[in-house]
Ligand binder design. Structure first.
Ligand SMILES: [Zn+2]
Ligand SMILES: [Zn+2]
Length: 284
């Protein structure tokens, strides 16, 4: 699967040369993460969270789980920043990368990980300033590490979350907003899945309506389709002026659910006056 992701990304870049810089960085990241082995995650009994989850509290907002993530995330972050800073990357990026690496080598990441997971943006800002860390890169690299740990160890969390009827517009695992959507075949037509911009989990959501403000007025919801990317469309909401890219097929998730791979569609939507939400990309 990972090789497949690497190969698919390479083929995509051959056809989308304007994505070369960001694409090559992502190819490096795919290769680095592929080699990182993670210690098994010691999960507490997830049923302890049944009640709070039912009230809309995402799984990773629980303190015990945040604690359980510290070591595995730190492990990934250390290798990721070390190897990434040794690859051919722009000087500014390398500097940010080395700063996070240096911090993680000399301190526990428990404090900053907690701020990031709880989305305490003011705290993240102050912390980064105090420790001379680039805020965007810190968020980016920590989420990438969390997402890698989750993708390797998330099965129990995924299974636990599934079928619990989470129909909210934020991620049931971490609480972030979605950055992309996908329409998948279901028994009664199509079902919409939202994809988290931070931990990359996905969950089902109502098919009609804005994924951000919930607006269901059909005359305020529009679809943009482009000849260049027929497998993806842009759903816009004229009430809150946001958009979400939606992959309308299945099988090429490695590309279409990687936000950066369709940045040209973001440019189109932004040109029309709509803004992006839920993104953890460095360049937004
Ligand atoms: Zn998430
Ligand atoms: Zn809206």
């Amino acid at each position: 699967m990972t090789n497949n992701k690497y190969e698919l990304t390479k083929q995509w870049l051959e056809k989308h040369t304007f994505l070369k810089d960001i694409g090559e960085m992502n190819l490096s990241i795919i290769q680095i993460l592929e080699k990182i082995e993670i210690e098994p995650l010691q999960l507490p009994d997830l049923d302890l969270y049944k009640e709070t989850f039912g009230k809309g509290i995402p799984v990773l907002q629980n303190e015990e789980l945040q604690k359980a993530l510290v070591n595995p995330v730190e492990q990934v972050l250390l290798t990721l920043t070390k190897v990434l800073s040794e690859t051919q990357v722009p000087a500014a990026f390398q500097k940010s990368c080395k700063a996070v690496q240096f911090y993680a080598e000399n301190n526990s990441i428990a404090e900053i990980l907690g701020y990031v997971l709880r989305q305490e943006t003011n705290q993240v800002h102050t912390f980064c300033e105090k420790n001379s860390l680039d805020e965007k890169f810190t968020n980016f690299s920590i989420w990438l590490s969390i997402s890698h740990v989750i993708s390797q160890n998330a099965l129990p969390i995924k299974l636990w979350v599934e079928g619990k009827g989470w129909e909210r517009n934020y991620c049931p695992v971490c609480g972030s907003l979605p950055v992309l959507a996908q329409l998948k075949q279901a028994n009664d037509g199509h079902q919409r899945h939202l994809i988290c911009g931070s931990c990359h989990s996905s969950w089902t959501y109502k098919r009609i309506g804005c994924a951000y403000c919930g607006n269901e007025e059909l005359n305020q919801l529009r679809l943009y389709e482009t000849a260049a990317e027929p497998d993806m469309r842009i759903d816009v909401c004229e009430d809150c002026h946001t958009y979400i890219k939606t992959y309308i097929k299945e099988g090429q998730e490695a590309i279409y659910l990687a936000d950066w791979a369709t940045l040209h569609l973001d440019l189109l939507a932004e040109k029309e006056g709509f803004s992006k939400k839920g993104s953890s990309l460095l360049i937004n």
